[in-house]
Write a protein that binds this ligand. Structure first.
Ligand SMILES: Cc1cc2nc3c(=O)[nH]c(=O)nc-3n(C[C@H](O)[C@H](O)[C@H](O)COP(=O)(O)OP(=O)(O)OC[C@H]3O[C@@H](n4cnc5c(N)ncnc54)[C@H](O)[C@@H]3O)c2cc1C
Length: 389
C-alpha cells in the first residue's frame, strides 16, 4: 500500500508517523512544496510552540460537534509524551513542550519520521490529481506518480510565507468539493478611529465585541495598538469572531477593571478624579490619557469639575473602537473556512472520490489563540490514522 500525504505541516507529519507506526509495511511519502517541513510548527507560539490546550470545551471551535467527535479521544499530554514531547501548562491551560522550543518539537518529529522510514519529498508541489477505481494519480510540477491513497494536509491560506498558500482550493472545487468561504482569522484589525498617536501602547482590559448593544464575545486581555488599529491575542480572537458570527457593524469596547477584576465604576474613578489633576494617569499611559482627553474635548491642563469628570469617564470606560477591516492572510494565524464537512464521511474520507482524505486546517475548522489550532491539526491526523486502511 502506497500512501501519499500532501503537505508537511503538523497534520501531515503526525498522519505519516501514525500510519507508519500502525502499518510498518505501508510505503508512506510526504510531499511538501517548500524546502523544509513544519515551517508553521517552528513559528508557532513565538518560537515556543503552544501545542495544545487543556480546555475541553469544544464550543471554541467552528463546527464544534464534528470537532468534538473527532477530538474527544485525543489525550494531548499522553499522546505527545508517546512521541517524546513532554508538556507543561502555562497561563492556566495553554500546553507547551517543557523545552519551550518549537524548533525542538519539529526536530523530535523529524527524528520519528526518519526512524519509521517515512519518505520525504521536498520542493514537491502538487498541481492536480485524478482518481481511478483503486488508485490516485498525483501530478507535480515535474512529474506524476500513482498511489493507493492520498491525504490532503495542505492547510489553509494563512501566512503563505510559511507554506500553505491555498493554491489547491480551486482544484478541490473543480473536483466537486464545496469550499466554505476563506477569510483570514486571528489577525490584527483596522479601526475607523485615528489611533496613530497610540502606536506601541498596551491596554489591559475586559475587551468586548458588541453589535447593536449586544455582547458577541468578551475576554480579558491586553490590547496592543498599531498605527491603524489593534492587535494582541484578545483582538486576534475577536477578528475571527467578527467573521464567523457575520457581524456587520461591530464595535470593540475596552473596559478597565478594578483590583477585584470588576469593571471600574464611575464611583471608583470619581474618588481618584476629585484628588488628581489628571486622574487618567492612575489607570492608563500618558498617550492613552491624552487620546481620551482629546476625544472628550477637555483641556488636559484644566482642573476638572464634576461635569468634566463624568464626561471624561464616559470616554474612558469603555474606550470604544469601530471595526474597519481585518488584516489580510499575510498576518493571519489561521484560515476561516475551508473544505466543507458535507463533502466528507465520518472517517474524513471523501464522499465523491475513492481513496481521498482531508485533515487539519484545510478543513472548515478554526479555533482561537491558545493551542487550539495545533490541537486540531494533530488530533485530526491521529483520528484519521486510526481509521485509514
Ligand atoms: C505565525 C503563526 C503562529 C502560530 N502559532 C500557533 C500556536 O502557538 N498554537 C496553535 O495551536 N496554532 C498556532 N498557529 C496555527 C497552526 O500553526 C496551524 O493551524 C497549523 O500549522 C495547521 O496545520 P496543517 O498541517 O493543517 O497545515 P500547515 O501547517 O499550513 O501545513 C500545510 C503544508 O502543506 C504544504 N502544501 C500546501 N499546498 C501544497 C501543495 N500543493 N503541494 C505540496 N505541499 C503543499 C504547505 O507548504 C505546508 O507546509 C500559528 C500559525 C501561524 C501562522
Amino acid at each position: 500500500m502506497k500512501i501519499a500525504i500532501i503537505g508537511g505541516g503538523p497534520s501531515g507529519i503526525i498522519a505519516a508517523i501514525e500510519i507508519k507506526k500502525r502499518n510498518p509495511y505501508f510505503e508512506v511519502i510526504i510531499f511538501e512544496q517548500k524546502d523544509s517541513l513544519g515551517k508553521k510548527i517552528k513559528a508557532s507560539g513565538n518560537g515556543r510552540c503552544n501545542i495544545g490546550n487543556l480546555n475541553y470545551n469544544f464550543s471554541v471551535y467552528k463546527n464544534e460537534k464534528i470537532v468534538e467527535n473527532i477530538l474527544h479521544d485525543y489525550d494531548q499530554e499522553e499522546y505527545l509524551k508517546s512521541l517524546g514531547i513532554l508538556t507543561k501548562t502555562l497561563y492556566d491551560d495553554y500546553l507547551y513542550p517543557v523545552s519551550e522550543s518549537a524548533n525542538n518539537v519539529l526536530l523530535i518529529l523529524m527524528n520519528k519520521l526518519e526512524e519509521l522510514g517515512v519518505q520525504i519529498k521536498l520542493n514537491a508541489k502538487l498541481i492536480d490529481y485524478d482518481t481511478k477505481n483503486d488508485t490516485v494519480n498525483l501530478f507535480f510540477s515535474d512529474g506524476a506518480i500513482v498511489v493507493d491513497r492520498v491525504i490532503f494536509a495542505t492547510g489553509g491560506k494563512s501566512s503563505p510565507n510559511l507554506g500553505s498558500d491555498g493554491a489547491l482550493f480551486p482544484i478541490f472545487e473543480k473536483h466537486g468539493y464545496k469550499i466554505e468561504h476563506l477569510n483570514p482569522g486571528l489577525t490584527p484589525i483596522r479601526v475607523k478611529e485615528n489611533v496613530k498617536a497610540l502606536f506601541g501602547q498596551r491596554l489591559k482590559a475586559l475587551v468586548s465585541l458588541e453589535e447593536n448593544e449586544q455582547i458577541i464575545h468578551q475576554e480579558v486581555g491586553e490590547v496592543l495598538f498599531k498605527k491603524d488599529g489593534l492587535s494582541g491575542i484578545v483582538i486576534m480572537n475577536i477578528s475571527s469572531q467578527i467573521i464567523n458570527k457575520g457581524c456587520k457593524n461591530p464595535k470593540i469596547n475596552t473596559y478597565l477593571l478594578n483590583n477585584e477584576g470588576s469593571i471600574l465604576s464611575f464611583d471608583d474613578f470619581k474618588i481618584v478624579a476629585l484628588d488628581n489633576k489628571n486622574p487618567l494617569l492612575t489607570f492608563v499611559s500618558e498617550s492613552i490619557s491624552n487620546y481620551v482627553y482629546e476625544l472628550a474635548n477637555i483641556d488636559k491642563n484644566k482642573f476638572l469639575d464634576e461635569q468634566d469628570i463624568k464626561r471624561l469617564f464616559s470616554f474612558l470606560n469603555p474606550l470604544s473602537f469601530h471595526y474597519l477591516s481585518a488584516y489580510d492572510f499575510d498576518s493571519s494565524q489561521v484560515s476561516l473556512g475551508g473544505i466543507s464537512f458535507n463533502n466528507l464521511d465520518k472517517d474524513l474520507s471523501s464522499k465523491y472520490e475513492n481513496n481521498v482524505y482531508f485533515i487539519g486546517e484545510v478543513l472548515d475548522v478554526d479555533g482561537p489563540c491558545g493551542g487550539y489550532n495545533l490541537r486540531w491539526a494533530i488530533g485530526s491526523a491521529l483520528y484519521l490514522s486510526k481509521n485509514i486502511k
